[in-house]
Design a protein around this ligand. Sequence first.
Ligand code: ADP
Ligand code: MG
Length: 545
Amino acid sequence: MATLEKGKLSIHTENILPVIKKWLYSENEIFVRELISNAQDAIEKLRKVSMSEDVFEPEMMDFAVDVRVDTEKGVLEFEDNGIGMTADEVRKYITQIAFSGAEEFAKQYLQGDQAKSDIIGHFGLGFYSSFMVASKVEIESRSYKMDAEPVFWSSDGGEEFEIGPGAKEHRGTIIRLYLQEEFKAEYLDLAKVQGLVRRFCDFLPVKINVNGEQVNRQQPLWTKMPSSLKKEDYNDFYKYMFPFQEDPLFYIHLNVDYPFRLQGILYFPKLAHEMDLNRSEVKLFCKQVFVTDEASEVIPKFLTVLQGVIDLPELPLNVSRSYIQNDPEVKKIASHIVKKVADRLVEEFKKNREEYEKIWPEIAPFVKYGMLSDEKFYEQAQGALLLRRVVDADHEGPSFLTIDEYKDRNKDRAGERVFYASDAKTQGPAIRLLQKQGIDVVLFDTMIDSHFSSQLEMKAGEVRFVRVDAELSEHAVESSSEIVDGDAKSVRERVEELFRKALPDTKITLRVENLKSDEIPAMILLPETMRRMSEMAVLWGQEGG
Ligand code: ADP
Ligand code: MG
């Protein structure tokens, strides 16, 4: 081989690698992601330049990334047939890691913001992540430029490197990793490497082969136009991403171009059990490259109980997590997603109320939880909030009412109150008593409902939620003329006597009235405020130990 020129890396901090190793990449396996996304970027760049320039090997347009595991040599290789690099470019882009080559490229070849964002690399020090597992890294590259010579570069990750003429016959780049002894078992294991490639790069638009076999699926549904997709497409994709699950209840395809780019699909899953607030099954991608299962870094927690994918092509995702969480741009993204989800719910409710009502009981916990956790979401989605009306043979009519509809139907009799039951069975007589007076009763019978109703009162202005056995509407009782029996002692006095004897130390307010009910001889009412206070006491008692 011809003589190699020696050089020094132009990094200002001498020991940048240990620092990178320590905090930038907590999981060393992501070098796979970094190298493949560089290869993918290189292919994308070639596609673009080939439209306006002559390229070396123009017939070679069957793009692929080849990952090769060589157990004998202890080497892992990543080869692409993309744009390649000249010696100058290797010097510049690889050895001057302080600035992004992609950005430079964008200035050179492209105008317009739209195209730019496609190729600007977002993985910063990506290439150097290979030194986390390799003791030596070599590059063999051949540029697309017709007159360019192949180039060879080698470095052990220290301050020095070698560069000189190379031997690569075809256009593109090989990144060759001589694995450190301690990583050989892991990264020379074919199945392990295939698994990693699939995990990170399943949806990259270019073929990725590991030892000759394609491992990625290549069909990122979220990048397609929603109008070109059918419900089955969404359901199939869901089952691919989240196997062993029933069809989702509802999905939202996010497709935002401005003020930032974002694509994704969020599914409302069918829940077998209670909603698990600790889970996070929204997967985060950056330009189709898988980044993390912890999308809670960028989207509000209440949305992570959904399932799906979010692709943020412009996010610097390898930067530390606290940075991401505090980034004002990321906050904007989060509130934008919240608004989109709310808008879709309202739109579905308006356009397709019948269907919406069918899924409402199952999506209600998500929506209510979201409204509890996020004021804005409440404001934006309140038009899609439904109350479930208690319906039976004698009280037919709509099964679901919005708060406004409830108010309209009941304002004469219920005033600003919304009567609810927390248990349709035990509160049956009280429910029927109100229904008989033409007052609608709604069901608040899940865990989240009791918190939700008090929140709702604060937000929804004039409504007051009252449990069916908390107070009686004036309409449920006859006018309270005293009933006197043969002894000239009023019923009131006699009942009062009875209760005083039975419960001498209890504060009871007694009302004697004719209930408009044949079922109920007497009712013990617990005013809503008192009931809530005692519920809260129970709650605190539990939390306190
Ligand atoms: P980034 O991808 O964010 O620019 P990297 O450290 O991953 O940062 O890569 C640095 C630069 O090296 C890239 O911008 C690109 O110019 C160049 N490069 C890396 N890998 C390749 C490759 N496979 N083909 C062509 N150029 C590459
Ligand atoms: Mg990169």
